[in-house]
Design a binder for this molecule. Structure first.
Ligand code: ADP
Ligand code: MG
Length: 378
C-alpha cells in the first residue's frame, strides 16, 4: 500500500517525521498519583514516565495494575490527584481531553452503530469544522491506510471484529493527532487475527510516524510490537526498557515471572577466587561475577537451559549438571522437561524434540551458561 502523505497540508501532516530520533519527550508524566476512593490503595502511584515522539510504547501488566488509569490520565478523562502530565513539554494536566491532540482506540468498538464507516471516520473532522471536500479526501486516505477502501458505506454491524477495529483506528488517525492511545484494542479478537493485526498496527505506526501508547496484558503482544515498554504492577512501573532488555535482564522477580517463563531458584552467592558461585540446595553453579555475595534468587529462562541424555561412563562437561526427568510436558513445537538436579526442580524447554525423545525417570545432563543466569535480590 502506498499512501503519499507528503502532499497532505499543514505542519501536522501524518508524515511529519519530527522528533522520531528520540530526542523529544512527547508525553511525560511526573509523580502522577491517582486514587479512585479515599483510603483505598492508589490505582496509579508516583508514576514517572517519558515517552519519545514517534515511539511505539507499551504499558504491560496484569489486570488491575493501573494501565487504563494511566492512559485515561494521559487522555485527560481522569485528573491526577498529584503530579504533572506534559505533552511536548507543555503542562496539560488541567486541559480538557478534546484540546489535547490525542486520539484513543478502545477494546470495545466505540463506533457509532447508526453511522456508516465513512461518517464514523469523518466525525472528528466534522467536529473540527473541516471543509467537506477535505473531509472526503482525508477519510479516503485513512481508509486506504487501514486497507479498508471500498467499505465506506457499511454500518458497523456489517463488519467483522477486526474490520471494526481498523475503522476505529482510521477514525483515531484521521485528525492527525500527535499521540494515539490504544487500550487493549485487539483483546476481543481471536489469536490468529490478533497476530495479523499486530503486524498491521506496527507497520502502520511506522508509516504514519505517530506516537502510539499501547496498553496490553499480553506479553507476547508487547514484546512483538514495542520500541520500549513499561511493566506495571499495583500502579507502579517495575521495569522500563526495550523488549530485549526486559526479557533478558528482568530487574526483579515480578518481571522475571510475568514475561516469558523463568525458573526462580533461591540461592546463596559466595565469592571464590574472584569468581561468583551460587549454592542452590546441594549443587553449585557459576553465575556472572558481578553478583553480590549473600542470599539471592536466580532467574533462569526455560529456553536458556539445555538437556541431553546422560550416558553411562561419560562425565558431565563443565557447566552441566546431572539430573533426572520428573515430568515431560508436550508443547507441540518442543517439550518442557521438569528435571530434578540435586533436589532442585528446573524446567527446561527443549525445542523441536518429540515426546518419545525423553521419558520420566531418564537421567539427563542439564547445561547452564552462567551468562544466562540473572541474579536477583533474595
Ligand atoms: P488495568 O487497566 O491495568 O486493568 P485499571 O487502571 O483499570 O487497571 O485499574 C487499576 C485499579 O483501579 C484497580 O484496582 C481497579 O479496580 C481500580 N479502578 C479502576 N477504575 C476505577 C473506578 N472507576 N472506580 C474505582 N476504582 C477503579
Ligand atoms: Mg484496563
Amino acid at each position: 500500500m502506498t499512501v503519499d502523505f507528503s502532499s497532505a497540508d499543514g505542519p501536522n501532516s501524518l508524515s511529519t517525521k519530527g522528533g522520531s530520533d528520540g530526542s523529544t519527550a512527547c508525553v511525560s508524566l511526573v509523580g502522577v498519583t491517582k486514587s479512585y476512593e479515599p483510603g483505598s490503595p492508589p490505582a496509579v502511584c508516583a508514576l514517572d514516565l517519558s515517552i519519545r515522539a514517534g515511539e511505539f510504547f507499551s504499558l504491560l501488566g496484569p489486570s488491575g495494575s493501573g494501565k487504563t488509569t494511566t492512559l485515561r490520565i494521559i487522555a485527560g478523562f481522569e485528573a491526577p490527584d498529584a503530579g504533572v502530565v506534559r505533552l511536548d513539554g507543555a503542562d496539560v494536566s488541567r486541559m480538557p481531553p478534546y484540546r489535547r491532540d490525542i486520539s484513543t482506540v478502545f477494546q470495545s468498538y466505540a463506533l457509532f452503530p447508526h453511522m456508516t464507516t465513512e461518517k464514523n471516520i469523518a466525525y472528528p473532522l466534522r467536529m473540527h469544522k473541516v471543509p467537506k471536500p477535505e473531509i472526503k479526501r482525508r477519510v479516503g486516505e485513512a481508509l486506504e491506510l487501514v486497507s479498508m477502501t471500498g467499505f465506506d458505506g457499511r454500518l458497523p454491524h456489517q463488519l467483522s471484529g477486526g474490520q471494526r477495529q481498523r475503522i476505529a483506528l482510521a477514525r483515531a488517525l484521521v485528525s492527525r493527532p500527535k499521540v494515539v492511545l490504544l487500550d487493549e484494542p485487539l483483546g476481543a479478537l481471536d489469536l490468529q487475527l490478533r497476530q495479523s493485526m499486530q503486524i498491521m498496527l506496527k507497520q502502520l505506526q511506522r508509516e504514519v510516524d505517530v506516537t502510539f501508547i499501547y496498553v496490553t496484558h499480553d506479553q507476547g503482544e508487547a514484546l512483538a510490537m514495542s520500541d520500549r515498554l513499561a511493566v506495571m504492577d499495583h500502579g507502579r512501573i517495575l521495569q522500563l526498557g526495550a523488549p530485549e532488555d526486559v526479557y533478558y535482564r528482568p530487574a526483579n522477580r515480578f518481571v522475571a515471572g510475568f514475561i516469558g517463563k523463568s525458573n526462580l531458584v533461591p540461592a546463596t552467592i559466595q565469592m571464590s577466587g574472584g569468581r561468583a558461585v551460587a549454592s542452590c540446595g546441594e549443587f553449585a553453579l557459576r553465575v556472572p561475577d558481578t553478583a553480590l555475595p549473600g542470599a539471592a534468587t536466580l532467574a533462569i529462562r526455560y529456553e536458556a537451559l539445555r538437556a541431553r541424555p546422560a550416558q553411562d561412563g561419560l562425565d558431565p562437561s563443565p557447566g552441566e549438571h546431572l539430573g533426572s526427568v520428573r515430568d515431560v510436558i508436550f508443547l507441540g513445537d518442543g517439550l518442557e522437561l521438569v528435571v530434578s538436579v540435586s533436589g532442585v526442580d528446573l524446567v527446561v524447554k527443549v525445542g523441536g524434540q518429540r515426546l518419545r525423545d525423553f521419558e520420566r525417570g531418564d537421567r539427563v545432563l542439564v547445561g547452564i551458561d552462567p551468562n544466562d543466569i540473572v541474579v536477583l535480590d533474595g
